[in-house]
Design a protein around this ligand. Structure first.
Ligand SMILES: Cc1cc2nc3c(=O)[nH]c(=O)nc-3n(C[C@H](O)[C@H](O)[C@H](O)COP(=O)(O)O)c2cc1C
Length: 253
């Protein structure tokens, strides 16, 4: 008869084989596969720059084994007539296939990477509106202990890249997320050969005052690094917690 001992950590299985005729029992251990680490990328984009960065973040996450990534966009709030006038309607067609984010879904993630264009040095209203629906999750500490990270886009070089990201971090801290940025191990952060986005707080791009500049190779590289970095850290955290058998309640450190 084979019995599985369920008291062991769920990344390991203990099989007990009993041969009752000889009254013999044999015990051996089996290292099982760890649970998948789940990363969500959640963005808003009006003219496509943040969407392009989000795609690169996803590619970076995909470089890490045993990590799955999902991408969502937050709902639009601007009336159709204004979107059409500004050209945003046409630009948003390129990512209309991306599913709409819901706040309840956030609880399924181990890490959430948020992308927002700058609005007067802050996150956009669409993202703010989305985050303002997380009160129920906050009450339950449902996001506490997860990893959070932010990337951004501005029109101009000094238009608020850092303030957009670091002011976004304040909300993540309130929700209990562990905030991760981009270390200077990514050499693109020190690139002085061109005008470029990229901050230690998170990847950024410069859209240009008229939105006609596209994310550069340097900026896309930093975005991929951020995705991989968040995935690496989250996976390590998850495996560590699993081995401590504290998966179910991340707050019980
Ligand atoms: C209402 C509004 C406010 C903006 N505020 C800023 C700003 O403070 N600094 C800046 O550099 N760009 C600003 N921009 C430009 C956007 O940040 C830019 O269009 C965006 O980063 C492009 O990203 P997207 O294509 O993903 O929408 C603003 C744009 C709008 C519509």
């Amino acid at each position: 008869m084979v019995k599985i001992d369920a008291t062991w950590p769920h990344s390991h299985y203990k099989y007990i084989i009993q041969y009752s005729g000889l009254n013999l029992s044999l015990i051996f251990c089996w290292k099982g596969y760890p649970m998948q680490t789940k990363v969500q990328v959640i963005f808003y984009s009006m003219f496509g720059h943040i969407y392009k960065m989000a795609e690169e973040i996803v590619k970076g996450v995909q470089l890490v084994s045993d990590v799955e990534v999902e991408i969502f966009r937050v709902p639009e709030l601007v009336p159709d007539t204004i979107l059409e006038k500004s050209g945003a309607k046409a630009a948003q067609e390129a990512f209309s296939h991306i599913p709409i984010a819901t706040v309840d879904h956030l609880a399924d993630a181990d890490a959430i990477i948020f992308g927002t264009p700058t609005r007067y040095g802050n996150m956009c209203a669409q993202m703010r509106n989305f985050l303002d629906q997380t009160g129920g999750l906050w009450m339950k500490n449902a996001l506490a202990g997860k990893v959070g990270s932010v990337f951004a886009s501005t029109g101009t070089q000094h238009g608020g890249q850092e303030t957009t990201i670091t002011s976004f971090h304040t909300t993540l801290f309130h929700l209990g997320l562990i905030v991760v940025g981009v270390p200077y191990a990514e050499a693109g952060l020190t690139n002085m050969n061109e005008i470029t986005g990229g901050t230690p707080y998170g990847a950024t791009t410069l859209a240009g005052a008229k939105g006609d500049r596209q994310p550069s190779e340097n900026e896309l590289t930093i975005a991929r690094y951020q995705g991989k970095h968040v995935a690496d850290i989250t996976k390590a955290l998850k495996l560590g917690r699993e081995s401590m058998q504290q998966m179910k309640k991340p707050l019980d450190y």
